[in-house]
Design a protein around this ligand. Structure first.
Ligand code: ATP
Ligand code: MG
Length: 251
């Protein structure tokens, strides 16, 4: 890993890139994952590389929905594993969720490498590797139709950070509640999810863990109200407005 100077104006962004490059060299991330990160970076730049109040609202609703879920599952791909492995383990513990490896560009070798990497960073159990428990869902046409019957197949709520649109729509068709973390408020994923956190996953995950910890002491009726009152369309519209305002200011 090359050392990024803390004086560089984009130091944090460069450090995140380094994490992905390390993940690529370790066989967790595919080249397409590096390109997808670039798309995310562009939106992050426009958003000012900070968590908006709209993202905070989505995080609050997410924590409530995850705490209320019967079988919550966190779906993990190579980028997620490379960027926030410790946070994935911590969040799973905080909300009692299962972790499942689910890859767009799937290979058994990469699945196993990601599962091992997550365990090394504190995850107790990682589903989604091997054939024994895997089943296919016909709504999905890519490799990702393979899901674990103990995980996503049985889930009522699925957290899908950095997800592809096809899969998000398929999970919705299967009757799952879907929560996305996606810097692009225009992506099909962002539009199809029940809750979209428009924020960088490296900022959103620690906040989500903290919020889940705080809300875990609240009565369930209060959590239900929080989850029910959240309007994803309205929140995305507010995010677009915030983006427009920022672009106007830079004229
Ligand atoms: P969709 O398929 O949902 O229409 P897409 O095809 O534009 O979206 P994909 O390549 O399928 O995008 O998925 C990658 C998504 O992840 C992109 O929308 C990108 O903005 C987002 N993304 C990339 N890196 C991050 C990150 N660090 N934090 C949050 N989101 C990110
Ligand atoms: Mg896509």
């Amino acid at each position: 890993m090359t050392k990024v100077s803390p004086l560089h104006p984009r130091a944090e962004s460069l450090r995140i890139r380094e994490r992905l490059v390390d993940g690529f060299n370790a066989g967790l991330v595919v080249p397409e994952g590096l390109a997808a990160h670039g798309r995310g970076e562009a939106f992050d730049y426009i958003l000012g590389e900070q968590t908006t109040k709209h993202a905070r609202r989505a995080i609050e609703a997410t924590a409530a929905m995850l705490l209320l879920a019967k079988h919550p599952v966190i779906s993990v791909n190579g980028n997620v594993a490379a960027l926030v492995p410790v946070d994935v383990a911590k969040l799973a513990k905080a909300i009692n969720a299962k972790i499942e490896v689910n890859l767009f560009h799937g290979s058994v070798k990469r699945e196993v490498a990601i599962a091992r990497w997550l365990r090394k960073h504190g995850a107790k159990e990682v589903l989604g590797t091997g054939k024994k428990f895997s089943i296919r869902i016909n709504e999905i046409h890519s490799n990702r139709r393979k899901v674990d019957r103990r995980g996503i197949a049985a889930a009522d709520v699925v957290l899908v950070p950095l997800e592809d649109g096809d899969r998000t729509e398929a999970l919705k068709k299967l009757g799952k509640r879907v929560i996305a973390i996606d810097l692009n408020p225009m992506s099909r994923t962002a539009q199809a999810a029940d809750i979209t956190i428009v924020d960088n996953i490296v900022r959103a995950m620690p906040l989500l863990i903290k919020t889940a910890g705080r809300l875990s002491y609240q009565p369930r009726a209060r959590l239900r109200k929080k989850a029910k009152n959240f309007d994803n369309r309205a929140n995305l519209r507010a995010t677009f407005r915030a983006v427009r305002e920022r672009l106007n200011l830079s004229k």
